[in-house]
Design a protein around this ligand. Structure first.
Ligand SMILES: Cc1cc2nc3c(=O)[nH]c(=O)nc-3n(C[C@H](O)[C@H](O)[C@H](O)COP(=O)(O)OP(=O)(O)OC[C@H]3O[C@@H](n4cnc5c(N)ncnc54)[C@H](O)[C@@H]3O)c2cc1C
Length: 380
């Protein structure tokens, strides 16, 4: 076992740290306050190689692997979780399944555009009737010659407002069990009959857009099927195993931001004639945050490492997401507490981190669903 990072991994971590410090940190509060989609920041991420972490160099990617991506995502999310989730979905939920399941034509067309940041990707599985029970989705696609005709409404689509390419999961066979009749389709922005609906107002990650997608008699070429017809649910679930490593990395980044802000504040703020950092009650909060972050980091890196080796990682990704997201929420709460009244004000970043942390226990499988996945493995 070797915990040392390779030179390439150090390079991507340092490059992401620089991007976070120069580009994201100065703008994160404004992105949150105005609910501004970080498109400019996404494009810059593309120029710096962060839009193609998992894409091979021959398709224009930086090919740093899952460990490299996790290291970079820690840094990016430490500064701005809205940009973090945009990049996580784009890399893990769009480029990764396209690389694994796409035809040569699909890969040649889309991967260079995704990796350069020219096109932003979105992943659309959820619907009003199907969140945790994703296989219950209803949005339908009926074969008509060389096309599928798609009708229905999808919900909760991260980056829906700005994406150019959507992986949309639709029901192609209503006569088999729920999970067996779903297909993944690549849908381009601008396809007639496809529109972006309502944009949600959110508690946190306010720069990220979360939208409805509406399909009305929308004709999608059969050549845009990703993988095989009726095999979409397997693709959706396998993709989420990787996505959870991305969200767990986001959670670690948010938790680290909470710790960093708390250490700084605890050393500066004086009460009873001394810095509050000298009180054991505050030291224990800092220690607990630090210890839990270390554990979460290692779990995330282990899951990423297994994925890089091509080994099963569903259990490890669920464990990493469960622990990292709980750690982010723990650290968000403690960081506000360390700041006292100041922590409740928008003037200090921990208020934003506290709100941003909340979503990490919900999307890409709630905490309860992670436990379900973990228990299924343990009780096998
Ligand atoms: C900001 C945001 C961004 C999102 N981005 C995307 C995206 O890009 N693409 C996409 O497809 N989806 C996206 N989602 C959807 C997200 O993945 C779902 O919200 C999530 O999976 C939970 O589904 P739900 O909201 O329907 O909750 P429900 O499934 O209705 O769950 C409600 C509660 O019941 C619990 N529960 C449900 N089933 C069980 C069970 N079997 N055992 C125990 N407890 C259970 C849940 O854990 C939760 O606590 C996003 C959501 C949000 C809020």
């Amino acid at each position: 076992m070797d915990f040392h990072l390779t030179e390439d991994q150090k390079m991507i971590r340092d490059a992401a740290r620089e991007f976070a410090r120069e580009v994201l940190a100065p703008r994160a509060a404004e992105i949150d306050r105005d609910g501004r989609f970080p498109m400019e920041e996404f494009r810059e991420a593309g120029r710096r190689g962060f839009a193609g972490f998992l894409v091979p160099e021959e398709h224009g990617g930086s090919a740093v692997g899952n460990v490299g991506m996790a290291l970079a995502m820690f840094e990016i999310n430490r500064a701005c979780a809205s940009t973090g989730v945009t990049l996580s979905v784009h890399n893990s939920l769009v480029s990764a399944p396209l690389l694994l399941n796409g035809t040569e034509e699909q890969k040649a067309k889309w991967l260079p555009l995704l990796a350069s940041g020219e096109v932003l990707g979105a992943y659309s599985l959820s619907e009003a009737v199907s969140g945790s029970d994703a296989a219950a989705l209803r949005c339908s696609a009926v074969r008509d010659g060389d096309h599928f005709v798609v009708d229905g409404t999808k919900l909760w689509v991260t980056s829906g407002s700005h994406a150019g390419l959507f992986i949309v999961f639709v029901r192609t066979n209503p006569s088999v069990s729920n999970a067996k009749g779903i297909t993944a389709l690549l849908v381009e922005k601008g396809t007639p009959g496809f529109s972006v609906g309502k944009k949600e107002e959110k508690m946190g990650i306010r720069g990220s857009s979360t939208t409805e997608l509406v399909f009305e008699n929308c004709r999608v070429p059969a050549a845009n099927v990703l993988g095989k017809v009726d095999d979409g649910f397997r693709i959706a679930m396998h993709t989420l195993d990787g996505g959870r490593i991305g969200i767990a990395s986001q959670a670690v980044g948010i938790a680290e931001a909470c710790l960093e802000a708390s250490v700084k504040y605890a050393k500066e703020r004086r009460q009873f004639g001394k810095p509050i950092a000298s009180f054991q009650a505050i030291q224990w909060k800092i220690a607990e945050m630090g210890a839990r972050i270390e554990a979460a980091r290692l779990l995330v890196l282990r899951a990423a490492w297994l994925k890089d080796l091509g080994e099963p990682h569903s259990f490890e990704a669920a464990v990493a997401k469960l622990e990292a997201s709980r750690t982010a929420n723990f650290c968000g709460r403690e960081a506000v507490q360390v700041h006292g009244g100041a922590g409740y004000l928008v003037d200090f970043p921990v208020e934003r981190h506290f709100r941003d942390a909340r979503i990490t226990e919900i999307y890409e499988g709630t905490t309860e669903i992670q436990k379900l996945v973990i228990a299924r493995h343990l009780l096998r």
